[in-house]
Design a protein around this ligand. Structure first.
Ligand code: NOJ
Length: 751
């Protein structure tokens, strides 16, 4: 008792000391910032608000004046997308040694799924539902990026999206705001670590604030129009979670939100982010998004745009020249005040202090650290584990997987455009920019064939590889090769999907179907009862209805990164029992988009396909091919009925929801136990289901675990008609299961 008391006291005191130290350092930084600000000319201040593009372009053409002379004349506060380590040293030296005030530059970069060691795409990471793993991925990415001179990652992208046509769906955590919030916080913590000034930390930049994932037609940069309720409940929660996790910066979005471009959206930036959430960091525009307010027709010229963006609360101009051309005019015309400019500059300077750049401008530019840090074997090992944990098994009829010594097949054919690809950034994405090259160095990626062939041969299989359909589409010639090769095999592993370069910014599609005639590969290899395992390399939900109906095994591998082949081999041979679960709904057809699990109840829900006067299609059920949260394992899990601690709770009470989950199969495995709620009768229509908790459990064969979730009134509340977050008393249903569709349910009441 005494010991515990002392320990508590000691811990509390430690917390007091830490809090006090933090307070001092915040005050100290603010004092230094103000001292510096007092010395700055207006031109130098505007210079600090300017971010210039480095040696690679990640957007539209922008003015490319001589960067070095701009740095020397104090016109640049930050440089983005610069891959050369040596050049960053040269630029930093110029900034600190050759400018009047010696203010260091801050280097920003898109660190999307790894930096030098490439991990699975963020959407895949979310499919692991493993927050510890996600945080660790970003820790590694940050360590590498920081060692290579980057101070600031333009990530995480926390945009919830319900439209897989949108190319950037791969950068987020899927369609759910609750899962998205957990992932957002984990990623921020991973990037920033516990001390932003550390040489292994990079600042996070939460993007794209806000609404970008709801772009009309799934087209990048397009209009976003939504109710405040949708904004508050579906879009903002991950942003708020990231702000609370301490993200140092936010990035504006390209889109308009209800007519107002996000970069000049005062409601978003000043009222909600800085006002309601009390967040005090720095907001950077997206690539020339200040300038694009003019193209949107929401600003007349640079002066107008600069005034509107600064007035909204945005601070730094990425890649454009709007502030440089318009801010002084805006001040002269009384459209903005000196105090407003000072406040934006203060945020930039504070950010640089927090990053440790004033203490040591070369804190992340140490050649020795760089040489010791990049591409460590343990990072690759972690990438392999992460990729395997992200894969989602959609079908495994007859238990044909895993492939082991006991499998009844002897001859295996690995076939398809992604069997052994060495081009187009396959198994990765457009965003692997840290590699510093447009097309990846093929020696770095382990392709499926490279790993699977030897590993399956070691198990006694005879394995052949056929790369087909390498040029744009599967031709008759490709298919005849497939027919011939399949004849000589007992089982086919078909590696199909999309190019790595087909995902990311500006890579939207109008059709989610397997492109380039790839379905024909599955059709011909499935002939003569040859079982086919379809392995999908994808950056988004895709549609493959013929395969759903005819192919016995389907594995979603996503774009897995450098360790694609090894991770795939681990899963197909059962070394890793798949435990990934879909963070997005997989539709049957593109025409169903948007299709998401947490939709509102309609007045005429369709329970049976074809029922007249219900909400459905004549030609297709309105249900998905695979629901949110879905994923199989090589073992099976059974759920007990739900036990509730009470049948009624008050606004201040907590409800405990328990289930027993049993591994009823013969192998150890992971299960993501998911908790959903539904407000049966609220003041307005509510979603049919909303995720409110999950727990990933690992169970040995035959083992049972009781999983208990806690629900409070906060979990039951929603953004109501009076613009307040409140819970309506009345009936609720709670659901627990291994995906959104296959659930147990129970009812309770909120008094
Ligand atoms: C535009 C993208 O929308 C954003 O996500 C990215 O960080 C910047 N370009 C910089 O590359």
């Amino acid at each position: 008792m005494k010991k515990t008391g002392f320990l508590l006291f000691a811990l509390t005191c430690l917390a007091c000391v830490q809090a006090a130290a933090q307070q001092t350092s915040v005050k100290d930084i603010d004092r230094k910032v103000n001292e510096l600000l007092a010395k700055m000319t207006l031109e130098e201040k505007i210079g600090q608000l300017q971010q210039r593009a480095g040696d690679i372009s990640t957007g539209t053409a922008v003015a490319k004046d001589d960067l070095m002379s701009q740095i020397r004349s104090g016109q640049v506060g930050s440089v983005l997308s610069n891959t050369s380590f040596e050049n960053k040293i040269i630029m930093q030296r110029a900034a600190v040694k050759e400018t009047r005030l010696g203010i260091p530059l801050v280097f920003g970069f898109d660190v999307i799924h790894g930096y030098k060691t490439i991990f699975p795409i963020p959407l895949a990471q979310a499919a692991s539902w493993d927050m510890g793993m996600i945080e660790q991925i970003e820790r590694i990415a940050a360590t590498e990026a920081a060692a290579d001179g980057q101070d600031w990652a333009f990530a995480p992208m926390v945009d919830v999206s319900r439209d897989p046509r949108w190319g950037r769906v791969m950068e987020g955590a899927g369609e759910d705001p609750y899962l998205g919030s957990k992932v957002a916080a984990a990623r921020v913590k991973g990037f920033q670590g516990s001390d932003l000034s550390s040489p292994t930390a990079v600042a996070a930049c939460v993007k794209h604030y806000a609404g970008y994932g709801f772009t009309e037609g799934g087209r990048d940069y397009n209009t976003v129009d939504m109710s405040d309720q949708r904004l508050r409940e579906m879009v903002l929660p991950p942003f708020e979670a990231a702000a609370k996790a301490g993200s140092a910066t936010f990035m504006n979005a390209f889109n308009t939100l209800n007519g107002v471009p996000a970069s000049m959206n005062k409601y978003l930036v000043s009222d909600i982010l800085r006002g309601e959430w009390g967040w005090s960091g720095m907001v950077v525009s997206d690539w020339n998004s200040f300038g694009e307010t003019i193209v949107h027709g929401a600003a007349a010229d640079e002066t107008d745009a600069a005034a509107k963006c600064l007035n909204a609360g945005s601070d730094m101009d990425m890649a454009g020249s709007t502030f440089q051309k318009g801010l002084k005019n805006a001040l002269d015309k009384g459209r903005v005040t000196k105090a407003q400019i000072d406040e934006a500059v203060r945020r930039v300077l504070r950010f640089k202090f927090q990053l440790g750049l004033f203490d040591n401008p070369f804190v992340r530019l140490d050649p020795k650290r760089r040489a010791e840090t990049l591409e460590k074997p343990e990072y690759r090992q972690f990438s392999r584990e992460a990729a395997a944990k992200s894969m989602v098994l959609l079908k495994n009829e007859g238990g044909i997987l895993p492939l082991t010594e006991k499998s009844p097949f002897k001859r295996i054919l690995i076939i398809g455009p992604y069997a052994n690809s060495h081009t187009n950034k396959d198994y990765m994405s457009f965003w692997t920019l840290g590699l510093g090259m447009r097309y990846y160095d093929s020696t770095k990626v382990v392709t499926p064939a490279m790993a699977l062939k030897p590993q399956l041969e070691a198990l006694g299989f005879s394995v052949s590889v056929q790369e087909i359909c390498l040029d744009a589409t599967c031709t008759e010639k490709d298919l005849s090769v497939a027919i011939q090769a399949a004849r000589e095999a007992d089982l086919v592993i078909a590696c199909v999907g999309e190019e790595g370069l087909n995902c990311g910014e500006s890579r939207c599609v109008s059709d989610l179907n397997l492109r380039d005639n790839q379905e024909q590969i599955l059709r011909v290899t499935s002939r003569n009862n040859k079982p086919t395992v379809m392995v999908l390399f994808n950056s988004r939900p895709m549609t493959f209805q013929w395969a759903n109906d005819n192919v016995p095994a389907i594995l979603v591998a996503w774009q897995p990164g450098f360790e694609a082949g090894n991770a795939l081999s681990d899963v197909l041979t059962g070394k890793v029992n798949p435990g990934g679960k879909l963070p997005v709904t997989f539709p049957r057809s593109t025409g169903q988009i948007p299709l998401y699990y947490n939709h509102l109840k309609t007045g005429r829900p369709q329970e049976i396909f074809g029922t007249m006067w219900t909400s459905g299609y004549l030609d297709l059920p309105s249900t998905p091919a695979y629901p949110f949260g879905f994923g199989l394992s090589y073992t099976k899990f059974a759920y007990s009925d739900i036990r509730l601690s009470k049948s009624q709770i008050s606004l201040t009470e907590t409800l405990e929801v328990s289930v027993d989950v049993t591994n009823t199969g013969g192998l150890a495995g992971d299960e993501v136990v998911q908790l959903y709620i539904n407000d049966v009768a609220a003041d307005i229509a509510r979603p049919v289901q909303e995720l409110k908790g999950f727990e990933k459990v690992n169970l040995a064969a035959g083992a049972t675990k009781t999983v208990t979730f806690k629900l409070t009134a906060a979990d039951l509340s929603y953004w109501n008609q009076n613009s307040k977050r409140k819970a309506d008393p009345g009936k609720f249903t709670v659901f627990v299961g291994g995906n959104a569709r296959d659930v147990k349910s129970a009812g309770f009441e909120l008094k």
